[in-house]
Write a protein that binds this ligand. Structure first.
Ligand SMILES: NC(=O)c1ccc[n+]([C@@H]2O[C@H](COP(=O)([O-])OP(=O)(O)OC[C@H]3O[C@@H](n4cnc5c(N)ncnc54)[C@H](OP(=O)(O)O)[C@@H]3O)[C@@H](O)[C@H]2O)c1
Length: 248
C-alpha cells in the first residue's frame, strides 16, 4: 500500500476505458475507494464488480459529464457512500480532430461540452465538499495538445489549453482551503481516444501515429499516483509526459 493513497476516496470521470480505467485499477490496488463515472454503464459496473471482487471498494455511477446535475450526482454519491471526497479526477474527454475548413461544427461543440464544460462541472461538484473539509485534490487532464497546436488539432488543443488555464486559476484560488491541484498532460497513450476521429485523413494520420509509438495507459495512472502520494504540503501542479520516442 502507498502512502497517502490508501483509504482515499477518488472520483474518476471517463472511467469506462483508457486513462480513467487504468487509474481506477491502480488506485484501487493501492487501497483507494474509487467512484467511477462514464456513460457506458456496463463497462463501469463490470469494472466496479471486478475491483470489489478483488477486495477493493468501488462504486459505478452512470454519468454524462455534459449534464451538470449528473456530475453533481456522481460526486454526491461518493460522499454519501464514503463520507467524503479526497480526489476528483476530471478525465472524460474526446479528440475528434479535423481541419477547421472541414467545418465539423457539431464535433467542435462536443469537445467544448465534454473537455471544458465537463471539467468545470466536475470542479463545481467537488469544490463545495473540499472547501468544507479544508482538504482535497482536483486533478484535471490536459494533453501535449494543451501545450502546442498543429493542423487539425485547433479545437481539441483549444479545449486542452483551457483546461490548463482553469487549473492554474483554480490552483491560485483554492489556497485558503488547503486543496491541491494537478494538471496532467500526456502525449500519445494507447486508449480508445483515436476511435472517435471521424475525419478520414485525420483518422489515418492519428491511428498510424498511435500505432507507431503510443505507450500503455498505466503511465498515466502512475502520474496520478505520484501526485496523490506526496505529503499533504506538497502540491504537484503540472505533469507533462510523452512516450520517449514522441517528437512533437
Ligand atoms: N490517450 C491519449 O493519447 C491522451 C493524450 C492526452 C490527453 N488525453 C486525455 O485523456 C482523457 C481520457 O481519454 P483516453 O485517452 O482515456 O480515451 P478513451 O479511452 O476514449 O476514454 C475517454 C473516456 O471519456 C469518457 N467520456 C466521453 N464522453 C463522455 C461524456 N459525455 N460523459 C462522461 N464520460 C465521457 C468515455 O466514457 P463513455 O464513452 O463510457 O462515456 C471514456 O471513459 C481525455 O480527456 C483525453 O483528451 C489522452
Amino acid at each position: 500500500m502507498s502512502d497517502n493513497i490508501e483509504g482515499k476516496v477518488v472520483v474518476i470521470t471517463g472511467a469506462s476505458s483508457g486513462l480513467g480505467e487504468a487509474s481506477a485499477r491502480l488506485l484501487s490496488a493501492q487501497g483507494a475507494s474509487v467512484v467511477l463515472g462514464a456513460r457506458r454503464e456496463d463497462r463501469i459496473k463490470s469494472l466496479a464488480d471486478e475491483l470489489t471482487a478483488g477486495g477493493g471498494r468501488a462504486l459505478a455511477v452512470t454519468t454524462d459529464v455534459t449534464h451538470r446535475d449528473q456530475v453533481k450526482k456522481l460526486v454526491d454519491a461518493a460522499v454519501q457512500a464514503c463520507g467524503r471526497i479526497d480526489v476528483m479526477i476530471n478525465n472524460a474527454g474526446l479528440m475528434p480532430q479535423s481541419l477547421l475548413e472541414h467545418l465539423k461544427i457539431d464535433e467542435w461543440d462536443r469537445m467544448i461540452d465534454v473537455n471544458i464544460k465537463g471539467v468545470l462541472y466536475g470542479i463545481a461538484a467537488a469544490l463545495p465538499y473540499m472547501q468544507k473539509q479544508k482538504a482535497g485534490h482536483i486533478i484535471n487532464v490536459s494533453s501535449v495538445a494543451g501545450h502546442r497546436v498543429g493542423p487539425g488539432t485547433a479545437v481539441y488543443a483549444a479545449t486542452k489549453y483551457a483546461v490548463r488555464a482553469l487549473s492554474e486559476g483554480l490552483r491560485q484560488e483554492v489556497k485558503p482551503y488547503n486543496i491541491r491541484t494537478t494538471v496532467i498532460s500526456p502525449g500519445a497513450v494507447a486508449t480508445e481516444l483515436p476511435d472517435n476521429v471521424t475525419d478520414p485523413d485525420a483518422a489515418a494520420r492519428i491511428h498510424k501515429f498511435y500505432a507507431d509509438l503510443a505507450i500503455p495507459a498505466d503511465s498515466f495512472a502512475r502520474a496520478v499516483a505520484f501526485a496523490m502520494s506526496q505529503p499533504d504540503d506538497v502540491d504537484i501542479n503540472e505533469i507533462l509526459y510523452r512516450p520517449t520516442r514522441q517528437e512533437i
